[in-house]
Design a protein around this ligand. Structure first.
Ligand SMILES: Cc1ncc(COP(=O)(O)O)c(C=O)c1O
Length: 362
């Protein structure tokens, strides 16, 4: 770690790989020999074409997408997708299934309902304070899609296995675990993810959509809210978030070339999360808030014996070069977000700090 940097456990915007930040810094004033910064070049230039085409190619390669899938870069964050998904995919007489596993699913459901769309809430873990993922769900055979949130950033739960939907395409909000593990892509019709956790800075949202779902886009919704607008123009109908897409390209290059691909990334993520959970499980001092079989590999949520101790923990952690450990404001407690870019050394440093804190205050 560089002397003046800390280990960053923020939930999003979140840590980026140091080599990516350094590459951005190095080439910032003169990008690819253009004599201009990457933030100054035209999105209609050959330079930017190379950036976006390489980013798209890397997404396809990493997730093993075939030609049925389109890779789009949009603005408006993952929150915009809460409304765009039902707006584009559900026509008159259509319905979709939704599973409610926390704040973000709840928001997705709300946006579909605002539009008067027909939604079946097929499962919810609200009665268990969203501490787990539901099991044995009956999906509707005639649903156009089944919406899930693959990783629940606030409650620290994830779908360890994606559900069997009987062929109904899954639409998944993967904002906080995209590129963290490999997927059986056959199950998915649409994936969306805000970049600011696992793949870049805020300002761009990745959407992956399959041909048959793209074909459902109606012609009578606003141009900027139609998936086809982006698919037909390689995400450049209007000015795209160039700098954010460039950073995503570099993060994906780091994932492929430095880490060695998705399987290696997944192995490292399991190791990082395992270190934290194993330590917490044997400690009577820290208490994980998610049920074991639903535990997220990206957001590790936990409580200490009192709120006062939690405040002290977060404050002392910062003094020890460990930032971003406060839980989401809606739930309190503590949360360590350990996305792809968080190095193993950061998690080791956190566990060492947790041990020392327990010895002092336990
Ligand atoms: C799982 C999930 N979905 C959606 C969002 C909202 O994303 P955005 O701020 O990009 O709209 C977040 C933000 O934390 C999230 O964690």
């Amino acid at each position: 770690m560089k002397a003046d940097r800390i280990y960053n456990f923020n939930a999003g915007p979140a840590a980026l790989p140091l080599p990516v930040l350094e590459e951005i810094q190095e080439s910032f004033l003169n990008f690819a020999g253009a004599g201009m910064s990457v933030t100054e070049i035209s999105h209609r230039s050959k330079w930017f074409d190379d950036v976006i085409n390489d980013a798209v190619a890397r997404v396809k390669r990493i997730l093993k997408l075939d030609d049925r899938f389109h890779v789009l870069f949009l603005q408006g964050g993952a929150s915009m997708q809460f409304c765009m998904v039902p707006m584009n995919l559900l026509g008159a007489g259509d319905s979709a299934d939704y599973v409610n596993t926390g704040t973000w699913s709840t928001k997705a459901i709300k946006e579909a309902k605002i539009q008067g769309k027909s939604i079946n809430m097929v499962a919810s873990t609200e009665d268990r304070n969203f501490s787990c993922i539901p099991q044995a769900i009956s999906f509707s055979a005639d649903a156009v899609y089944a919406h899930i949130t693959s990783n629940n950033t606030i409650k620290g739960t994830h779908w360890a296995h994606f559900p069997e939907t009987g062929g109904v395409p899954i639409v998944s909000d993967m904002s906080s675990d995209i590129f963290s593990r490999s997927l059986d892509i056959e199950k998915f019709g649409l994936i969306y993810a805000g970049a600011q956790k696992n793949m870049g800075p805020a300002g761009v949202c990745l959407v992956i959509i399959r041909d048959d779902l793209l074909a459902r886009t109606p012609g009578d919704i606003p141009t900027m809210l139609r998936y086809t607008t982006y698919a037909e123009k390689n995400s450049m109908y209007n000015t795209p978030p160039c700098f954010a897409i460039y950073t995503v390209q570099l993060v994906l290059k780091w994932l492929e070339e430095t880490i060695g691909g998705l399987d290696k990334m997944a192995e490292l993520n399991r190791k990082k999360a395992g270190l934290l959970y194993d330590y917490m499980d044997q400690s009577g001092f820290y208490r994980g808030t998610a049920e074991k079989e639903s535990r997220s590999l990206m957001n590790v949520t936990f409580r200490l014996p009192s709120e006062d101790l939690e405040k002290t923990f977060v404050a002392e952690a910062i003094k020890n070069g460990l930032g971003g450990l406060k839980g989401h404001r809606s739930v309190g407690g503590c949360r360590a977000s350990i996305y792809n870019p968080t190095p193993l050394a950061a998690v080791e440093a956190l566990v060492d700090f947790m041990k020392a804190f327990e010895r002092k205050h336990g």
